[in-house]
Design a protein around this ligand. Structure first.
Ligand code: TXA
Ligand code: MG
Length: 318
């Protein structure tokens, strides 16, 4: 496994059917040739990901979209034109060229143009889209640094394209169009308000864990390995013994050692909180603490997506 910024080399590995970790504005992706079923199988294996959980295809420009989708609803086109490149994934009817394994057999495919200069340049040099889930073992916290990928997937990626720290820090917001109605399948790095300002009202899906529309909506997901409690700082038991690490929004906990606390945004900025959420969770998962206690952030704008990830991290696991 190599870490670097050599687009030539990364492209060669991808053309040969191997996997390359790519930086995006949201999180790092584990990428392979999205039109090559064998490369896509390697992605599922590397992540230990169940085959019922479909992948996102990443493209460099809007011109490529008609090659992989059969239909683009008017509102989808509007969103794509205004908000790509960016943390927005659109679920659209697929063309037969997209392998079944990419879509888990669904007749729709998820697509986005990521907003990262290195990855955009890489995509421009390839004549196929990149299938890329987040570059973490299935169910674990998504990676926002090249080192996160190296720590967990070094055995299965040929190359890690190091694009620095992810600026958004939350996965893309996923919008589908069942019966033509824009519908949020997963909250993410672009607020629904921003999407609604372009496309009008967006339908919110009630959470379903048995038959999730987007398995990113599975109840337990994005989870650290240590026991994780989501509560209020004033709740009984929130401030616990020496063996506890804390993930906090803007204010430190008085009386708790600074090294046991991570403050998402000292100024109370939700964008900053999103950016650090996953790396702080990983840090706390690595400290000597035996458990992690976290508090919710204000439930507005990006805070809704942050709270969604915190809730899933806290969900009871099988
Ligand atoms: O920001 C992101 O979206 C990152 C970067 C790498 O682009 N990718 C990412 O991929 O988060 P992943 O695989 O961790 O999450 C993709 C989600 C899954 O929950 C999957 O179920 C959903 O997209 N998805 C993919 N195809 C779908 C489809 N046809 N219908 C509904 N949901 C779909
Ligand atoms: Mg993921």
């Amino acid at each position: 496994m190599i870490i670097g910024q050599n687009l030539e080399q990364a492209g060669e590995f991808l053309r040969a059917g191997q996997l390359v970790a790519i930086p995006t504005e949201t999180v790092y992706g584990l990428a392979g040739n999205g039109l090559d079923p064998q490369a896509v199988v390697r992605i599922y294996e590397a992540k230990n990901r169940p085959a019922f959980d479909p992948l996102i295809l990443h493209i460099a420009s809007l011109d490529v979209l008609p090659e992989i989708v059969s239909e683009i609803p008017e509102k989808a086109l509007l969103l794509a034109e205004r908000l790509w490149p960016g943390p927005l994934t659109l679920v659209l009817p697929r063309k037969p060229v997209v392998p079944d394994i990419v879509t888990s057999g669904l007749d729709t495919v998820a697509v986005r143009i990521p907003d990262h200069p290195l990855t955009l340049e890489l995509l421009k040099r390839l004549d196929f889209p990149l299938a890329a889930p987040s570059a973490n073992p299935f169910g674990y916290i998504s990676p926002t640094k090249a080192s996160h990928v190296a720590e967990q997937l070094s055995g299965s990626v040929a190359y890690i394209l190091d694009g620095g720290d992810c600026q958004v820090g939350l996965e893309s917001t996923i919008i589908g169009f069942p019966e033509g109605i824009p519908t949020a399948y997963r909250l993410g790095g672009l607020t629904l308000e921003a999407i609604e300002s372009v496309a009008g009202p967006v339908q919110r899906l009630p959470h379903s864990t048995s038959n999730p529309k987007a398995p990113g909506m599975l109840q337990s997901h994005y989870a650290p390995r240590k026991p994780f409690l989501l509560s209020h700082r004033s709740a009984p038991g929130f401030i616990a013994g020496e063996d506890t690490g804390y993930l906090l929004f803007s204010d430190p906990l008085p009386g708790v050692a600074p090294e046991k606390q991570r403050i998402l945004s000292p100024t109370g900025n939700l964008q900053e909180a999103a950016q650090y959420l996953f790396s702080f969770l990983r840090e706390l998962d690595k400290t000597a603490a035996h458990k992690i206690h976290a508090e919710k952030v204000p439930d507005e704008g990006l805070g809704k997506a942050i709270n969604d990830r915190l809730l899933r991290a806290a969900a009871v696991r099988d």
